[in-house]
Design a binder for this molecule. Structure first.
Ligand SMILES: Cc1cc2nc3c(=O)[nH]c(=O)nc-3n(C[C@H](O)[C@H](O)[C@H](O)COP(=O)(O)OP(=O)(O)OC[C@H]3O[C@@H](n4cnc5c(N)ncnc54)[C@H](O)[C@@H]3O)c2cc1C
Length: 461
């Protein structure tokens, strides 16, 4: 089994030729720090709207080195935040509904750009299934559906599938039911970010790789090779943000780990089903997420080691043996036919989590500093929407996007160490215990331990 090496997705696709590092200090209209989805989508839309702008992207490693080249490949319309918290903004509930609609539309927008730019990212809009594998998980699914209905979502947004309806799509062992939403697509994440970088570069945006930004101040992004002076400097560094001076407690770098099987046999697929290529998750507190890949594998992820002390980040994405076996156990429990399937690759990456679990998009027109991120693991579609929004903000456009409630949303800072480490590890220990208790218990009650964890952490539901 290959372990680390950034991700299976990059290994399968092959890393494209690298862009050069910044040769010397330079000037630009807009300087984007970070070459993941957020940075590249922002560059893409800015360039489309105003082709004459000089846009520079500075990337510490290579484009797609971060979560954008490592993720589970769900282009999901799930809200990267809390409805109740966003509803406290000036537009109230209507603002939240507008944000949710915009996220749903974003899936088609990503598909449209892939088509227009010739990006083959294995995109299939098959929707998403959230399965319950215990009575407590099933009760949470039904609670979720009630909550969605109370917010006005109809069956076009989410619907409950009983065991037989689920089995007509996919055979998941011990599944009690599922929620289905059509608003999700499956992609090969590295293929998307590579295609996007090519499109942006083709259009005249300068991408400099192996160029770490060491500090950002109004009008200046400093690197070891010189400064980039620009009217606007946009920080698009999500899970890596804590490495920049003064931002250690802004976004917590939460770790997520994945494994991928070897290609499964036709016989195994006949047993599993999954012909609709829905993305798949569960309702565990330490939840899993999965996709059926274009070449017939299952890629499955979960939390693993949730957080490294002092907001540390493991560059190459090496996963502990314990995490690999936890994920393999989940895979084999859900799909017993994968019992003897080899695990080909394991890797991990970091995503950015704000203290109140609500993503945000910011631009201060006076200082020219902006940023977007904190998508809490739901950043693939959200980064496109954030990129379009940042582009409108930079251009001074007052649009439907710039009125969305995550624009200007402020989250509190994370606690200092050692509280941060203790809190996150304590929370996931509680969640794992709660999951074990719920799977042993035949009752529909969510473990009080998990409720307490949600309360302390502020994780929205
Ligand atoms: C394992 C995993 C699974 C996930 N699964 C999903 C999923 O299925 N669906 C979903 O919606 N979301 C998922 N996410 C989250 C999603 O991938 C991210 O939210 C999204 O990719 C963030 O994009 P980004 O461009 O903001 O950040 P990133 O992709 O992390 O890009 C940031 C870039 O900035 C660069 N950088 C950092 N610091 C500097 C600096 N100082 N100077 C220059 N460059 C710098 C980094 O090298 C990196 O390339 C997952 C995340 C992980 C880790």
């Amino acid at each position: 089994m290959r372990n680390g090496d950034v991700s299976f997705w990059w290994h399968a696709r092959g890393v494209p030729p690298r862009h050069q590092s910044l040769p010397e200090g330079t000037e630009a209209d807009v300087c984007i720090v970070g070459g993941g989805y957020t940075g590249l989508w922002t560059a893409y839309y800015l360039n489309r709207a105003q082709p004459g702008l000089r846009i520079v992207v500075l990337e510490a490693a290579f484009t797609g080195f971060g979560a954008s080249g490592r993720n589970g490949g769900w282009v999901t319309a799930a809200l990267p935040g809390s409805r109740a918290r966003y509803a406290k903004g000036p537009r109230g509930k209507a603002g939240v509904r507008a944000l949710e609609r915009a996220l749903r539309d974003t899936i088609d927008e990503v598909a449209r750009v892939c088509q227009a730019e010739g990006i083959d990212a294995d995109l299939v809009k098959g929707g998403t299934l959230s399965v319950a594998t215990s009575p407590a998980q099933d009760a949470r699914l039904r609670e979720q559906l009630e909550h969605d209905r109370a917010w006005g979502d109809g069956a076009d947004v989410s619907s409950y599938l009983d065991q037989a309806e689920l089995a007509s799509r996919m055979n998941v062992a011990a599944a009690q039911g599922a929620l289905f939403s059509p608003h999700c697509a499956r992609i090969q994440p590295a293929a998307l970010v590579a295609g996007l970088a090519e499109a942006v570069s083709r259009a005249g945006v300068d991408i400099y790789e192996a160029t770490p930004v060491t500090s950002i101040s109004p009008g200046v992004a400093s690197t070891p090779f010189g400064d980039v002076r620009a009217n606007y400097i946009l920080r698009c560094t999500e899970g890596f943000t804590a490495r920049l001076p003064g931002l250690r407690r802004t976004l917590l770098p939460m770790n997520s780990a994945m494994i991928v099987t070897e290609p499964l046999s036709d016989q195994a697929w006949a047993e599993i089903g999954w012909d609709g290529y829905e993305t798949l998750g569960d309702q565990a507190h330490a939840y899993m997420y999965a996709q059926r890949t274009a070449d017939g594998r299952i890629a499955i992820g979960g939390r693993g080691v949730p957080y490294r002390y002092a907001s540390g980040v493991d560059d190459r994405g090496v996963v502990t043996a314990a995490t690999v076996s936890q994920l393999a156990d989940i895979l084999r429990r859900m799909f017993p036919v994968t019992q003897s399937a080899k695990i080909d690759h394991a890797w991990c990456g970091v995503l950015g989590v704000p203290r109140d679990w609500c993503a945000a998009v910011h631009l201060n027109r006076n200082s020219g500093l902006g940023w977007a991120g904190g998508y809490t693991g739901q950043g693939v579609a959200a980064a496109n929407l954030a990129g379009r929004t940042l582009a409108d903000l930079v251009r001074g456009e007052c649009s439907e996007l710039t009125q969305l409630p995550w624009v200007g949303h402020r989250s509190p800072r994370w606690e200092p160490e050692p509280l941060r480490w203790t809190g996150v590890h304590g929370l996931y220990a509680m969640y794992r215990t709660a999951d074990r208790m719920e799977s042993r218990d035949a009752g529909p009650r969510t473990s009080p331990l998990a409720r307490l964890g949600d309360l302390i952490s502020g994780i929205p539901h």
